[in-house]
Ligand binder design. Structure first.
Ligand code: ADP
Ligand code: MG
Length: 362
């Protein structure tokens, strides 16, 4: 923030959102001490907030500012989707380091030595808007500050759903089918590729794999399939329409978004519901062609990634068996991966019978 002031930055941020500031009559966005959102009868307000910290959640040397903006919006909007809600407004607080590290990825220029903070913020907001604009969600406020060292991002999203209708984690019942809305493991595999690349001495990827591809990998060139997996990690798409459709169709008892991997996330549902366990059939987990191919090539376990990888941001839900067809029709594609049981614990069937754990930040 040395070469540009806080107010200039706020001005640049709000400029990109000027065209979708208003969220209906009576809404007030960036520019005053508070945002104003009119209350509406019969609706519940949903609120979620998330902190993203450099080096814990992302590497500035690898993620582009556009992707970081996209992902910051996506992971928060996904929490609204997880309740069956409609996202309505975002708030963004950023603490920008005085100096960006010497290597900051900037799209267009590749990895460059120094990126002016204003350009970095413009790109970041571009990605934030690309994602939030997809769901018609405006940016109505935030805070901007300098950080002594690392970059911090905090996003808050407000959403709504009909009074009392939000789908909670706590509603699962024994006998429910456990379902997911899309492929698992892609984002976890993408993260693995990113970390391997970052760990290699010249910043390129130097992990194992078959000899035929190794020289390309050691130059940091990923196959198209690998690039797809990395994009799934950096550019997740929250399942907003699916979440709403699943709430409206009836029979969905519990729902959450998959941020830490189903091994961990399913435990949250079981614990919140006071339901004792689940049988999960590993062979019925939806795996993408890209994940299968890259795992085959690199000798990785696709099931491990699908179960423990995390950050897929698909929805994990439990549904009464008699409501399955309606739920399927509501979202187009729904994979049944198991069943809630009254016996304690999660049993992973059809694989190596490991006791899978989810991803954790601690
Ligand atoms: P205050 O000091 O009253 O909190 P600020 O000067 O911090 O006001 O912010 C002025 C306006 O700009 C407020 O409406 C605030 O919500 C908005 N704002 C500040 N930083 C950001 C940001 N990073 N993204 C979006 N809006 C922001
Ligand atoms: Mg302020």
């Amino acid at each position: 923030m040395s070469n540009i002031g806080e107010f200039d930055l706020i001005e640049r941020i709000s400029a990109q959102f000027r065209d979708n500031q208003a969220n209906g009559a009576g809404t007030l966005g960036i520019g005053d001490d508070c945002a104003v959102l009119p209350q509406r009868e019969g609706l519940d307000t949903l609120v979620t907030t998330d902190l993203l910290i450099e080096e814990r959640h992302f590497l500035l040397s690898d993620i582009s500012p556009w992707q970081l903006g996209w992902k910051s919006a996506a992971v928060n909007i996904s929490d609204i989707a997880a309740m069956g809600g409609r996202p309505e407004a975002t708030f963004l607080s950023i603490a920008l380091p005085k100096k960006f590290p010497s290597k900051v990825h900037s799209s267009g220029a590749g990895t460059t030595d120094s990126v002016p903070v204003a350009d970095w913020v413009d790109e970041f907001i571009g990605g934030f808007k690309a994602l939030s604009g997809r769901f018609g969600v405006p940016l109505l406020g935030g805070d901007t500050s300098a950080s002594p060292d690392k970059l911090f991002i905090n996003v808050t999203v407000l959403g709504s759903c009909p009074h009392g209708a939000a789908i909670l984690r706590s509603g699962a019942k024994a006998g429910d089918l456990v379902c997911v809305t899309g492929p698992l493991g892609d984002a976890g595999a993408g993260l693995k590729l990113i970390l391997d690349r970052a760990a290699s001495p010249d910043g390129s990827d130097a992990s194992g794999g078959q000899a035929s591809c190794h020289s390309e990998r050691s130059r940091g060139i990923f196959s198209l399939q690998e690039q797809t997996l990395i994009r799934r990690h950096y550019e997740p798409v929250p399942r907003v329409a699916e979440g709403i459709a699943l709430r409206e169709c009836g029979g969905v008892h519990a729902m959450m978004d998959i941020s830490d991997g189903i091994a961990s996330d399913l435990r949250h549902i079981l614990k919140a519901s006071g339901v004792l366990g689940a049988d999960i059939d590993l062979k019925s987990l939806p795996l993408s062609d890209e994940l299968r191919a890259v795992c085959g090539e690199r000798g990785l376990d696709p099931y491990e990634l699908a179960v423990s990888g995390g950050e897929d941001y698909e929805l994990l839900l439990t549904v009464a068996p008699e409501a399955l067809e309606k739920a399927r029709q509501a979202v187009g594609s729904l994979s049944v991966i198991g069943r809630i049981t009254s016996e304690p614990g999660i049993r992973w069937e059809g694989g190596s019978h490991k006791d899978y754990q989810g991803f954790t930040h601690f």
